[in-house]
Design a protein around this ligand. Structure first.
Ligand SMILES: NC(=O)c1ccc[n+]([C@@H]2O[C@H](COP(=O)([O-])OP(=O)(O)OC[C@H]3O[C@@H](n4cnc5c(N)ncnc54)[C@H](OP(=O)(O)O)[C@@H]3O)[C@@H](O)[C@H]2O)c1
Length: 307
C-alpha cells in the first residue's frame, strides 16, 4: 500500500457506498482528506465520509447543488449501475445512472473550479481501434459513451478529467453477492455447488486495494488530463482457474456446476496495458491473485460465520 497525503483537500466521491467507493473513502480519510460521499440510498452511518449527501446524479439540479455546497478540489465519479447482463430492462437504468449522471457531472464541473475529475471507465467498453464498434451490453454502451463525452469535454472545454479504465475488480466487502467471486466463495463456504457458465472467459482480475492506490496515484500524476489510464493486473486468467483457486483456498470438496449457465454473447477479452500506466502514473499492482483471493475469502468467511 502506497502512502499518499491529501491533507487539506476536499474530495467528493460519488457512489461512495459501493464496493470500490467504500474502500476509496477509507483510504482518502486515512490520507488526511475531508471526504464527501454521495449515493441515492440514505446512509445511516458511513464512518469513512465526514459528510454524506443523498441524491440521484441523473438529476442535474442535484449535481449543481452538490458541487455548489461541497466545492471539492477533486471528484472521483464512481456512481454507476454496475450490471453487465444484456437485458433490455437495463438500457434505461444504465443510460441514466451511468451516462446522464456523467454528463451532468462533466457539465457542472466545467462551470465551476475543480482541479481534477476522475471518471471510471470499464474493461467492458469496446476497443477504440475497432472500426465497426458494437458495445456488448447496455452497461458497456453507457460506459463507452461516458468516456467519449469525457474526451470531448477535455478537448473542447479543457475540463480537467482523466478516465480510470478498471478491469475486473475483486476483494473484501463487495456487496453485490451475484458477482462472480462473492457468489462462488459464499456457495463454497455453504457447501453448495455454484452454477456457472463454461468458465472459459479470460479476464484481467485486479485487487481492490491496488485499484485504490491507482486512483490516488492518478490525481497526483502530472500531464495526464484527457487520457485513459488502465488499472488492471496485465494478466488474463480464465474464470474456471479462479474458481479452482477459490476451491483450494476454501478447502472445499464441492464440484462447481460449470456450463450450467449460458455464456454471454460478445464477451470482451481485454488485458490492461500496465507498462503504459506505469510510465504515466508510476503505479503497478502489488497484490498477486492468490494473495488477493485469500484476503477476499477471509472476509467472506467472517461474514458467513456471523450470519
Ligand atoms: N467492480 C468492478 O469490477 C468494476 C470494473 C470496472 C469498472 N467498475 C466501475 O467502478 C465504479 C464502482 O463500481 P462498484 O463495483 O463499486 O459498484 P457498486 O458497488 O454497485 O456501487 C455503485 C455505487 O453507485 C451508486 N449509484 C448508482 N447509481 C447512482 C445514481 N444515479 N446517483 C447516485 N449514486 C448512484 C450506488 O449507490 P445507490 O444505489 O445507493 O445510489 C453505489 O454507491 C463504477 O463506475 C463501475 O462501473 C467496476
Amino acid at each position: 500500500m502506497n502512502s499518499f497525503n491529501f491533507s487539506g483537500k476536499k474530495i467528493l466521491v460519488t457512489g461512495a457506498s459501493g464496493f470500490i467507493g467504500s474502500h476509496l473513502c477509507r483510504r482518502l480519510r486515512d490520507s488526511g482528506a475531508t471526504v464527501h460521499g454521495i449515493s441515492r440510498t440514505v446512509q445511516s452511518s458511513n464512518e469513512a465520509c465526514s459528510h454524506w449527501g443523498q441524491g440521484d446524479l441523473a438529476d442535474i439540479e442535484v449535481v449543481r447543488d452538490l458541487l455548489r455546497t461541497v466545492e471539492p478540489d477533486i471528484v472521483f465519479h464512481l456512481a454507476s449501475h454496475v450490471v453487465g447482463a444484456r437485458n433490455l430492462a437495463l438500457v434505461l437504468p444504465t443510460f441514466n445512472s451511468n451516462l446522464v449522471s456523467t454528463i451532468n457531472l462533466l457539465t457542472v464541473a466545467t462551470e465551476t473550479n475543480i482541479d481534477r475529475i476522475v471518471l471510471i471507465g470499464s474493461l467492458e467498453e469496446p476497443e477504440q481501434s475497432d472500426t465497426y464498434v458494437v458495445p456488448s451490453s447496455p452497461y458497456a454502451a453507457s460506459k463507452w459513451a461516458g468516456s467519449g463525452y469525457a474526451r470531448m469535454f477535455h478537448e473542447l472545454y479543457q475540463t480537467p478529467v482523466t478516465i480510470a479504465r478498471l478491469f475486473m475488480v475483486y476483494g473484501p466487502a463487495q456487496q453485490d453477492l451475484r458477482k462472480l467471486i462473492p457468489y462462488v466463495t459464499l456457495s463454497l463456504l455453504r457447501k453448495q455447488p455454484p452454477k456457472l457458465t463454461s468458465g472459459m472467459r479470460q479476464i484481467d482480475w485486479i485487487y481492490v486495494g491496488d485499484v485504490v492506490d491507482g486512483l490516488l496515484a492518478m490525481v497526483q500524476a502530472p500531464n495526464i488530463k484527457g487520457s485513459t489510464i488502465d488499472l488492471g493486473s496485465g494478466v488474463l486468467v480464465p474464470i474456471r482457474t479462479v474458481v479452482q483457486k477459490l476451491i483450494n483456498i476454501t478447502d472445499s470438496d464441492v464440484e462447481p456446476a460449470l456450463g450450467n449457465v449460458s455464456d454471454r454473447p460478445m464477451e470482451q477479452v481485454r488485458v490492461a496495458n500496465i507498462a503504459d500506466t506505469y510510465a504515466k502514473i508510476g503505479w503497478k499492482p502489488t497484490t498477486s491473485l492468490d494473495k488477493g483471493l485469500e484476503y477476499t475469502v477471509d472476509w467472506y468467511r467472517e461474514l458467513s460465520d456471523r450470519n
